[in-house]
Write a protein of this length. Structure first.
Length: 196
């Protein structure tokens, strides 16, 4: 899983993808592509929190259910969820039923709702590392960190503001997914599309 793999479609990708069709689609169409907007980043943050302790493919496969259950991750709508909504979500087998994570998403939504429009986007992107162009492209996943000073600083700032389930590892995964950093491995077709 640490090197490049060539899928059954003949395309070379980062090794973590394997040959799972949903992982291939996610890698090719989403992972590492710059993502902007409060709603989109709130969704990434929320799903990242649900992923803690689980595999990302589990969350990815449940993402349509999460979107339906959490009102499309519209922060203003999710912020209004009440005890009945928590009970509904705890009974929903289509999502990860973890009360602490569910209530964290609702609380985080209220924080985003109370920000100025675009503030979450600006805040998160302000922690994207500068000088990324000088960094060498990783040759294996062993060269990809789990956390960075930037993800640790982002986590600390979000926690200072009251956000939950936003640890440094979760924030680094968000930074990778949302294209704030580019960790496509050398030899991956996406790496050749977007040089460092």
């Amino acid at each position: 899983m640490n090197a490049i793999v060539t899928g059954s479609d003949g395309i070379a990708r980062c090794g973590w993808v394997g040959d799972d069709p949903e992982y291939r689609r996610y890698h090719d169409e989403e992972w590492g592509i710059p993502l902007r907007g409060d709603r989109a980043l709130f969704e990434k943050m929320s799903l990242g929190g649900f992923q803690a302790g689980l595999s990302w493919i589990t969350i990815l496969r449940k993402r349509p259910n999460f979107r339906e259950a959490f009102a499309g991750f519209e922060p203003a709508r999710v912020a209004e969820f009440d005890a009945d909504d928590v009970a509904r979500l705890m009974a929903d087998a289509g999502i990860v039923r973890n009360r602490a994570k569910i209530t964290a998403v609702i609380g985080n939504a209220a924080l985003v709702r109370d920000m100025r429009g675009g503030e979450l986007d600006l805040l998160m992107w302000s922690f994207a590392p500068s000088g990324d162009a000088a960094r060498l492209r990783p040759a294996s996943m062993a060269e990809v960190p789990a956390t960075t000073p930037e993800s640790t600083a982002l986590s600390k700032e979000l926690r200072r503001r009251g956000f939950r389930f936003v640890g440094p590892t979760t924030m680094y995964a968000l930074m990778q997914s949302a294209g704030m950093v580019d960790d496509h491995l050398a030899g991956c077709w996406r790496a050749s599309e977007a040089p460092l």
